[in-house]
Structures are given as structure tokens and as C-alpha cells.
Ligand binder design. Sequence first.
Ligand code: G1P
Length: 295
Amino acid sequence: MAKKVTKAVIPAAGLGTRFLPETKALPKEMLPIVDTPTIQFIVEEAKASGIKDIVIVIGKGKRSIEDHFDANPELESILEQRAKTKILETIEKTNDMNIYFIRQSHPRGLGDAIYTARSFIENEPFIVMLGDDVMRDKVPLTRQLMDSFHKTGASTLAVKRVAHKDISKYGVIDPQQEVEPGLFNVKRFVEKPSPDKAPSDLAIIGRYLLTPEIFGILEQTKPDAGGEIQLTSAIDELNKTQRVFAHEFKGERYDTGNKLSWLETNIQFGLRHPEISTDLRKYILNLAKELEQQK
Ligand code: G1P
């Protein structure tokens, strides 16, 4: 019987250079999708999947993430007095989660950020959730990975088909065999290959379920040319001693990691937001007409 998965690590120590100057003083994880910080969606996915304990790996200038997940009794009682129940619910949604913080003092890459969480995880399988991707599906993606793990007992990471021209932005799998629909055995995991060298169009999309043996491997993993310890390299190594599966995600994925896709995500979520959807739709349709006339 596979061990229960109850803990997740959210690395949030990156410098956010793709979003400068905004990220000079504010963490990219706090960039809003309409009215909600991106990292809140990630924590809600963890909660909906049955995760109880989360550790967020932060670095310099990330204190607002701690404040965001702290309860705010003063604000809560004011909202209560004013009977602002709906708003109150939005700020209390994840108050019942156990959220801890670790500081990664030198940003040395994703692999190193995960390694800092080793004593929190102890000897248990755990989830890694990257903040750039917001996922939507009937069953949350993290839960899908947990369900798969309960059957296989093996590390499993989420992949999604992306356009071939975009493949070099991702870790990529070299699939061996589709052992059941949407579940792949993997020959190799390659970090950010050029399109001509990419073994497939199945990209790693920021949700991983890993066995604790990954820590021993991360300890031995040498930094790459850019000085970063790559999680993908450690996973490739892990796959040589125990199976690592790739689970193909069929739901919606919203990339918030660069300027254009962040704006697109905001429009998509805005169009579903009960307060603003009608007006935003009107605005977009009018704007499209105007742009058409200017052609
Ligand atoms: C990281 C990982 C990469 C993965 C990607 C998903 O890259 O290193 O393997 O495909 O996240 O978003 P980053 O986006 O941090 O450069």
C-alpha cells in the first residue's frame, strides 16, 4: 500500500526577472489574476486535493506572501461587522491549511529550492507545485497525481502537449510507452531542449509527486552552466533507480509566467468573474471592432 501524501512544497524564491520592473519590490507569486494572487490558486488546488501541510520556499523581498497567508483578525472582524460575508469568505478560504515558510538564501535553482524542504518532508512522498501555472479541471491536477500514485507507488509528474516551437521553455519527456491512457513510462527527462533536439512535445508543467529518494539525488546534483541545480536532471537520475511516470494533463492550463500569457489569463478569468464578466465582454468586443476599423 502506497504511503499517504499529505505535504506539498511550493518554491517561490525566484527573482521574477521576466516581470521586471514589477518584481523589483513585489513577488511575482503575488501578481493578481483579477483579484486573487496567483499563489492563492496554487494553495487552493492543494487544499482541494487533500493536502494538509504546505511549505513555501521564499527568498528576499517575499514577505508579502507570508502576510497574505496569515490570518488577519482585525480585517476579518470589520468585514463581519459590516456583514460582508462573501468578501470575508474569500480571505478565509485557506486559513485552515498549515502553511510554513523556509528561506532559500541564495537562489540556486529549482532543485536547490526543493532540497531546502527536506527536513520538513522527512521520509514521505510529497507534492511539488510551481506557481507559474494555474490548472483547472474537474479533479484538481494534484489530486490526479495522488490518485495515480496510490495505484503505482511511483513518482509521477504532470505533462501537457505544447506547440513544438515553445518546447525549449520546458522540461521535456522522452516517452517509452503509454502504459495506460495518459500514463507514460519515460526513457529520459531533458531540461529545455532546443526544438530540433526535443524528444517529444510533452512538456513538464509544474506539478510533481516525488518520492523522498529525490533528496539524496539532489544533494549530488551538480549545478548547470547557469549555476542552477535542475530538478529535471535529478528526476532523470531518480528514473534510473526507480520508476518515474508522466501523467498527461487534459484540463486547462493557464501560464502566468510571462507578460503576455499573464494578461491572457487575466482576460480569461475576468470573462468568468461574476462581478466584471459582462462589462469586460462588452469592452473586448468594442475594442475588437475599433481595431478592425483601424486596419
Ligand atoms: C521550470 C522547470 C521546467 C518546467 C517548467 C514548468 O522551468 O525547470 O522543467 O517545464 O518549470 O513551468 P522555469 O519555468 O522555472 O524556467
